[in-house]
Design a protein around this ligand. Sequence first.
Ligand SMILES: C[S@@+](CC[C@H](N)C(=O)[O-])C[C@H]1O[C@@H](n2cnc3c(N)ncnc32)[C@H](O)[C@@H]1O
Length: 202
Amino acid sequence: MPRTSYFNRVAVSKDPLLFTAGDLPKIERLRQRLGDLTGCRVLEPGCGAGPLTEHLSQWVGPEGHVMAFDSSPGMVGRCSARLKHARNILVREGSVEDWDAAQGAWDLILLFRVFPHFQDQPAVLERLRSFLAPSGRLVICHLDGSAGLNAQHAGYEAAVQRDRLPGRAEMWAMLESAGYEVLDGLDEDGDYFFSARWGLHA
Ligand SMILES: C[S@@+](CC[C@H](N)C(=O)[O-])C[C@H]1O[C@@H](n2cnc3c(N)ncnc32)[C@H](O)[C@@H]1O
């Protein structure tokens, strides 16, 4: 898969997408938006080298649990090596399309900087809904808005050049069609944040 080999190469590069100092205020903003996660069970598909996984581990605390996975073996290796001391994280290799998570078990499913890379985005949303606990939330977020991110992708290698983050109206409609109720939907310069839960008629 060209996309997997692309991310395998990113994983061993000098910049495996870890956070810069400039990203940290946005991570704090994300923490505030997510609210108190103490004790939560969090599923993080497409964790990469685990820049956010590390924060999630702290936010859920010792009573919580983070299951992080990625389809790139290189990213999984890098993430596992970086976070091997955290006792509340499990890092595994796998694709969201065939990941076999416990159904109805997750308080939060966090799609952080990964959604554009899914080939069948509506199908992934539908699939993930069944993994959420009845009171659970799905959050899709990026540190850039869709216009900026899609422009960036256009300048990358062919493997990811066409990977696209839907704009606000499109994402909102996609979530509703997949059976979610949208709680928040932001898509602005430097900010993308959607939060959703099981819809009433799902
Ligand atoms: C742009 S990177 C971001 C990684 C991490 N979330 C971060 O913010 O640093 C996207 C990651 O998603 C992974 N990925 C892409 N498609 C995937 C899929 N279908 N299932 C699981 N992981 C996937 C890639 O291997 C890559 O590590």
